[in-house]
Design a binder for this molecule. Structure first.
Ligand SMILES: Cc1ncc(COP(=O)(O)O)c(C=O)c1O
Length: 434
């Protein structure tokens, strides 16, 4: 068959699929060329440039017949990251004991170096984990604490991290104190004061979210780390939502311990995370799974978890390339723009409370809407079953309840507006339709 006949026989849809595939494989180049088309333009201007974001959008293969506004739970990886992961998966399965251990595993040092550059630290301070929980639990469970020692955190910290401290209460007799704060808080300084006022001579640890997974409140991490240092208290920072959602580096925080997921805002393969431990602190943290004494001061002792796939973690580098091609500042500004776009359509309606802060220092992608008299769980169900809009209902004790809304770099304005329009209609009608 000659070339012409071949293409004549080719169906339009197959050609379309091929073109789309080529388009997606080209994702990194598209992200890079989108970025190179806007040099020198302020990030908040690029945030509104739909031509720029169209290129980013095409790097993903997400289901467009649902509106995914729960990217905070876990995010899809761009096609190029998935392809990289699959390629490594195929390589490691050629003969795992050779290809995984000898060929792919050394690549973890490149991943470590790239993560360290993004976070602004020494690669010898970065451990690659399977998620934020693993990184944080290494520190929570690996820190020497005595019976009666106190740990301060909030009741809006991540449930699994609270469960971890509660297990130490049962096992080791430590005391966990969970502080409460209003959302949004009156100021960032009020959050510092809340911890300062709760410190006692028994306080040994402060555990905070850089950004909460509820209303997306950003904490004054640097101020709280300074407070901790002044009192000889260790500060553990849960950065699951902050890393790569908005720009910052270790020097901005001056923290000693920072655990994060990479499958949220870095858009890395599902099942990847990172733990930063300041070099001088590595030696005194016990690893979650045992390591030999020669590794005591080696950050790699936290990676002694037995056989695990190289394919996921080796593809992290490609996700970092993608993240950097967009630009951290542009991403953050886009997120703030999307959040304001839906919340501005709802905030003046009867009963609506927007519970995330409006201060750019204290908020980014995560938005939170509560409607008086509307049960958050039922609202979430209604949006999904009637409109295929995927959100998450969050209830914080008797304090507040509502929907957490998290778009991503691939989210379209049409999707944001669809959510806002459906919500506005439901709110105006006075109840959730049956
Ligand atoms: C604030 C916070 N910390 C920790 C975690 C745990 O992250 P992972 O599922 O990556 O372990 C999450 C997950 O949503 C989170 O939101």
């Amino acid at each position: 068959m000659n070339r012409r006949r071949f293409f004549q026989g080719f169906s339009a849809s197959a050609a379309g699929a091929l073109a789309a595939a080529a388009f997606q494989t080209d994702a990194l180049a598209r992200a890079q060329s989108a970025a190179s088309a806007v040099p020198g333009r302020a990030a908040d201007t690029v945030a509104r440039d739909e031509d720029f974001w169209m290129n980013i959008r095409h790097a993903f293969t997400v289901d467009r017949n649902m509106v995914n506004l729960n990217n905070g739970g876990v995010s899809p990886a761009p096609k190029i990251v998935m392809d990289t992961e699959v390629r490594y998966l195929e390589v490691e399965n050629l003969s795992p004991s050779y290809y995984m251990w000898s060929v792919l595993d050394p690549g973890i040092e490149t991943v470590r170096r790239r993560l360290a550059r993004t976070f602004g630290c020494d690669p010898e301070e970065i451990a690659i984990t399977r998620n934020a929980s693993e990184g944080l639990e290494i520190v929570q469970l690996g820190m020497e604490l005595q019976r009666g020692d106190e740990v301060l955190t909030t009741n809006q910290d991540y449930p699994r991290m609270i469960t971890t401290w509660q297990q130490r209460e049962r096992r080791d007799g430590i005391v966990l104190k969970q502080l409460k704060f209003p959302v949004p808080p009156p100021s960032m300084e009020s959050l510092v004061k809340m911890f300062e006022d709760a410190i006692t001579p028994r306080t040994k640890v402060i555990h905070i979210c850089h950004m909460t997974n509820r209303t997306g409140q950003i904490f004054p991490v640097r101020r709280i780390c300074e407070l901790g240092r002044a009192h000889g208290i260790e500060v553990i920072v849960d950065g699951a939502h902050a890393f790569a959602q908005f720009p910052f580096q270790q020097a901005d925080l001056e923290c000693d311990y920072y655990g994060t997921s990479l499958h949220k805002w870095v858009l890395a393969p599902i099942g990847t995370g990172m733990l930063y431990v300041k070099r001088s602190k590595i030696e005194k943290i016990w690893p979650l799974m045992a390591a030999p004494p020669e590794m005591n001061a080696n950050i790699r002792k936290f990676e002694e978890i037995g056989t695990h796939p190289a394919s996921q973690r080796n593809a992290i580098t490609e996700a970092l390339n993608f993240h950097e091609s967009i630009g951290a500042e542009r991403k953050a500004e886009r997120f703030r723009y999307l959040r304001k776009r839906w919340s501005n359509q709802l905030r003046d309606l009867a009963g609506v409370k927007i519970l995330n802060s409006e201060d750019p220092e204290q908020s980014c992608a995560i938005g939170f809407v509560s409607v008086d008299g509307y049960d958050a769980g039922k609202l979430q169900d209604y949006l999904w079953t009637k409109h295929r809009i995927w959100t998450v209902a969050i209830v914080t004790g008797n304090e507040y309840q509502g929907l957490r809304i998290t778009p991503n770099v691939y989210t379209t304005l049409e999707e944001i507006d669809t959510f806002a329009e459906v919500m506005a209609k439901v709110i105006r009608s006075g109840s959730i339709p049956a």
